[in-house]
Design a protein around this ligand. Structure first.
Ligand code: ATP
Ligand code: MG
Length: 496
């Protein structure tokens, strides 16, 4: 977090509340007042289409802490223009329209948000009526996707609340649905962390805080909204998210949440694997994989998710005084540096990194010289990658590519020679992934730079030569009507 951006968040000023009532005070937000968005102009005809549930305001419902535009750094020039258009249209139709979630957090921190999500009291059908370019998705809780050119999607979600009051002593708290409409406050309370529960109100450009998120942003804290023991059991993926946000933002996890992760880490296996994998992908792509995985190991989530990797990270590496783990951490470190420089990697490379240290340790067991036979290597990779990829719900195509790439990485440790077989290697389907993995390993270990250069040069030469010869080749002749010979062209007679 940049110091300047945190300073510019500043502290709240108390503004007189619209109705002259003294606002209720609660312990986390002592300066609570009536947000301007709640003060309705008497000439304002009010909303035409409203969600009946959210229209009923509970008079005892606490009001948010409001940080006016003059006291926060969010400028409309930092907000996606299509998100702004969407906010204005909802607002001018009489609805509440807030920027919600990660975008408010990131804008307050002076970071560039990944996406701009919108929360509103307009029910999904009303949103659809307002936007021609709108598609409703989801069967139970319908989200509105507003579609813009070049595939841009702005997600508009009607405020909703947590399903029902939960008994912390219930044996099973895992949430299976999240589809009850609610008020803005309820929508803030259902979110995971206080820093993710802030709203930016387009009606007066203020930031609304129902959950203490402003204080936590300033303090650099990842705090669950509500009791972490309950919130992590309801949705164990939140444990991964806590680790991810702490690592991404350089924040600390509050002691109660940290303790709750230690207590409930094993429950991560109850979560849908694609969600867990998505969180891992986010950190691998986000340039903060090293701190994320170090923290996943520290809290014991790595042991639950990837016992194979966690075991290898504890083993001693005969080649390296710091243990096999050193290679894995060094790989993540160089990956982060490359990602921050904007280099893109395919998924087979990103997830291939999990397997590289384990594959290396197992190869050493079957072939101490590091060169197993191709057959033995392929069995080893099959045994290693297939079950883990299935557990992670990685698509088959990616799992297949990881195996192919890992089986090639070892070959790249040998200098390329002039043989045809060597030239053919660079046209193998997984060669680009293997070369990326090899280059990351070279950067991580500082060994083999010349080999990486030679393989990269060979691959570029061979590919451009193939491109030239394809351009010079006559156009393919039209297909023949004659039936193909049985056995096809692939079957060759042995040379006598
Ligand atoms: P990112 O920058 O990675 O997109 P984000 O905070 O926007 O971070 P999203 O996954 O896009 O994360 O989710 C958007 C918002 O939805 C979050 O900010 C949070 O308020 C809420 N949210 C997401 N996942 C959960 C969850 N598992 N439990 C409760 N609230 C969640
Ligand atoms: Mg987001």
């Amino acid at each position: 977090m940049s110091k300047a951006s945190m300073d510019s968040i500043g502290s709240d000023r108390i503004r007189p509340s619209g109705d002259g009532r003294r606002p209720p005070i609660n312990e986390r937000s002592p300066q609570i007042r009536n947000p301007q968005s709640e003060i309705r102009n008497p000439s304002d005809p009010g909303p035409q289409i409203r969600n009946p549930q959210s229209a009923i305001r509970n008079p005892s419902e606490p009001l948010p802490r409001v940080r006016p535009r003059s006291e926060h750094p969010i400028s409309r020039t930092h907000i996606d223009p299509d998100a702004l258009k969407t906010l204005y249209r909802l607002r001018s139709s009489g609805h509440k329209a807030y920027l919600v979630g990660g975008s408010v957090r990131d804008l307050l921190l002076g970071r560039v948000p990944k996406d701009f999500d919108i929360g509103t009291d307009a029910p999904p059908q009303a949103v659809r009526r307002l936007f021609r370019n709108c598609r409703l998705i989801g069967r139970r809780f319908r989200l509105a996707h507003i579609l813009f050119p070049e595939g841009k999607v702005i997600e508009v979600a009607t405020f909703r609340r947590r399903p029902e009051a939960l008994d912390p002593n219930a044996p099973e708290l895992l949430m299976t649905s999240d589809n009850v409409f609610g008020t803005a406050r309820e929508d803030a309370l259902r979110r995971d962390f206080t820093i993710n529960g802030l709203f930016y109100d387009i009606s007066d450009f203020s930031v609304l805080d129902y959950v203490g998120g402003l204080d936590d942003l300033e303090a650099g804290l990842i705090r669950t909204i509500g009791d972490p023991e309950i919130r992590f059991r309801e949705d164990p993926v939140r444990m991964m998210r806590a680790v991810e946000f702490a690592s991404r933002l350089g924040f600390a996890i509050t002691p109660d949440a940290y303790e709750a992760i230690l207590n409930h880490r094993k429950e991560i296996v109850k979560s849908a694997p694609p969600r867990v994998t998505e969180e891992l992908a986010q950190s691998l792509k986000g340039g903060h994989a090293l701190p994320t995985f170090l923290l996943l190991r520290e809290v014991g989530l790595l042991d639950v998710l990837f016992p194979e990797l966690a075991d290898v990270l504890r083993e001693l590496d005969p080649e390296h005084p710091h243990g096999t783990g050193h290679l894995f951490w060094a790989l993540l470190d160089v990956l982060d540096a490359e990602r921050r420089r904007g280099r893109a990697y395919e998924d087979a490379v990103l997830f291939g990194l999990f397997f590289l240290p384990v594959a290396r340790a197992r190869v050493r067991r079957i072939a101490p010289d590091g060169d197993p036979s191709p057959g033995a290597l392929s069995v080893l990779l099959e045994d290693l990658v297939t079950p883990i990829a299935a557990r992670m719900a990685l698509p088959h195509a990616i799992a297949h590519r990881i195996k192919l790439a890992l089986s090639l990485v070892g070959r790249l440790s040998h200098r390329p020679d002039a043989r045809v077989a060597t030239r053919r290697l660079v046209f193998r389907e997984a060669f680009p992934a293997a070369l990326d993995l090899f280059e990351l390993r070279v950067m991580a270990t500082g060994r083999g730079e010349d080999l990486a250069r030679e393989w990269r040069a060979l691959s570029e030469r061979a590919r451009s030569a193939r491109g030239r010869s394809a351009a010079e080749e006559p156009a393919p002749s039209p297909p023949r009507n004659r039936p193909r010979r049985r056995g096809g062209r692939g079957r060759r007679r042995p040379v006598a």
